[in-house]
Ligand binder design. Sequence first.
Ligand SMILES: O=c1[nH]c(=O)c2[nH]c(=O)[nH]c2[nH]1
Length: 297
Amino acid sequence: MTAVLGPNRYGKAETRVVRVTRDGEVHRLKDCNVGVSLSGDMRDVHLTGDNSAVLPTDSQKNTVYAFAKKHGITQIEEFARLLARHFVDSQPAIRHARVSIEEYAWERRGPHSFARSSGEVRTCVVHHDQDGTTTVVSGLEGLVLLNTTGSEFHGFARDEYTTLPPATDRVLATAVTARWRHTTPPDGRTSPDTLEIYDFGESYEEVRRCLIDAFAGTHSLSLQQTLYAMGARVVETRPEVCEVRLALPNKHHFLVDLSPFGMDNDNEVYYAADRPYGLIEGAVLDDAAPDAGPAWD
Ligand SMILES: O=c1[nH]c(=O)c2[nH]c(=O)[nH]c2[nH]1
């Protein structure tokens, strides 16, 4: 048997960078977690111990901090793209860069004071290839949504282990993980320093709004149906998005049996279970969506 080197990549995971912008009295804050992963001609480092093609992960971390100072962090997609292009353009051995960023939100509580927002996180993954192609996937995690009515689940398959009663009026709750692929990855056109050609901030807010509106406005016969409605709302409303991938945990709310206390429970008192939970996952695409390339890797 002979071993051969398979696909590989390397980089610095979870560089935590906080960028404060001090424009006079009112400060702005960006709080991010950046992952860099590079690939290319890395045979020698694995096979012979020759490190000459290896830009240290320590340098990658330093680049994140230096770029935060030099360019600031406006939209995470732009910052990720700037980094990805830099590594591919400056390192002969690097053919492909993947940069992922999580952004933690802070609410303003004064000119220089902030309160960390709830668990919701904005995300992006940018791939940049030596041939110049860039893919951008934006996303969010931890968007917790709940409908107190307008949700049913019945008519499902049954077997000898099925005990679930049909529901015609139940609480539907989930914590949305959503990722969406941008149709035309903006290419930066001139140089990595001039990126104001595409408003990722507005796109993010509008996609988020579509997801919430579709969840709230869909009379649901299953969480699967709601998932499709959410994804379709984004794809049909936002021309810049060609594919949405959703993971929706079904955060079960069970009616508490109050009969031992001589009380009825007309859909008023619930036990919010945290596990186990149903996990509903799916993708919704524009039927003309271009090939995804490495976007989802
Ligand atoms: O919306 C739902 N989809 C399911 O697949 C499922 N399975 C289950 O037990 N409850 C639910 N609810």
